[in-house]
Design a protein around this ligand. Sequence first.
Ligand SMILES: C[S@@+](CC[C@H](N)C(=O)[O-])C[C@H]1O[C@@H](n2cnc3c(N)ncnc32)[C@H](O)[C@@H]1O
Length: 377
Amino acid sequence: MSEYVENAESIVGHVAKRLTPEEINKMRAQDSRLVTEFHANQLERDAKKHWDLFYKRNDTRFFKDRHWTTREFDELLGLGGNGNQNVLFEVGCGVGNFVYPLIEDGLNFRRIFVCDLSTRAIELLKSHTLFDPETMKAFQADITLENCFAEIDYSVDVATLIFVLSAIHPDKFHKVVQNIYNILGSGGILLFRDYGLYDMAQLRFKPGHKISENLYMRQDGTRSYYFSIEQVACLFESVGFQTLDCDYIQRRTVNLKENIDVPRIFVTFSYYSSIADLPKAIKSTMKYFFAILLLAFVAISMAVETSEAGKAKESQDANAARDKRGFSSYYSPYAYAAPYAYNSYNLPYAYSPYSAYPYYNHHHYNYPYYNQFPHYY
Ligand SMILES: C[S@@+](CC[C@H](N)C(=O)[O-])C[C@H]1O[C@@H](n2cnc3c(N)ncnc32)[C@H](O)[C@@H]1O
């Protein structure tokens, strides 16, 4: 049972929002009737269909252009102004309400990648007048799947995840975050914004819409999750991201036509995959390490072989030189001590008094003077 059900009278909330007793009761009522497991599984299976229908119904009209992004994510200004060298990747781009305002605000990127689950959203994004196939690549992808970013052939400097993770089942959060981490280059930055815990929209859900803790089903079949900052920090850091900034932000949703002016709570984070992140650095340099190891092994083997061959050649040359002088190379270690001492007799050195084997040689069947000059020895 959740905290607010057990302790309806005690304080429930966080630094940005303290629930009133009335709000606690509303959340208690949400628990009175949950979405059935069968229906919840169906929503998961049909996620793409629901988002396609959403964009079919709303075209490009639903989300407002997000002109706050350059103001609020300082990092973007630095990145987009950096001599046009950086690569931007918008994950879950919808119809481009985030990316086109950046271009309109004059930010430059070497390459922009955008992806979304909804094929229809991608089509709408591509039909925008600012879509430039030279610098932009838009593709359909389910970011919860393995190898979903195979189309990206650049190292990404900044990735954005704006109101997307909340549309995904919590069981798949880790995979999504891992996928994004893997596509970022060393020191790459992720900018994240999504719905904060106890946001006004969460409190407004009626019974029959809650799927599980902080996860709800909207009327149109899309889903929405509400995050605490602790949960998001923990999630992103679990795959290796390092937190730059992490907070609840409070804004107001104003619609003068409908006389709406309500407080909102969002969660904003920016994370980077640090160069000092040792496991990743090791992983990325591992292939070079093995290549260098292999080259070193080949070089050492070749050097050893050359030196062995050199030694053999030296020894062959020395033997040949000694043979040339008339001394058998293997007869005596003293061969160099007195090479000419017995040369005048034209005898092999082994028969000299310096030889280590005089008696043996004396009786050698090849001894040329065996019969003639036995008195020699
Ligand atoms: C609330 S919209 C936000 C769109 C955009 N980021 C913006 O700020 O306007 C959520 C988007 O997430 C996309 N989405 C939902 N599940 C997804 C998934 N598994 N993979 C990729 N995109 C997904 C939806 O198609 C939808 O366009």
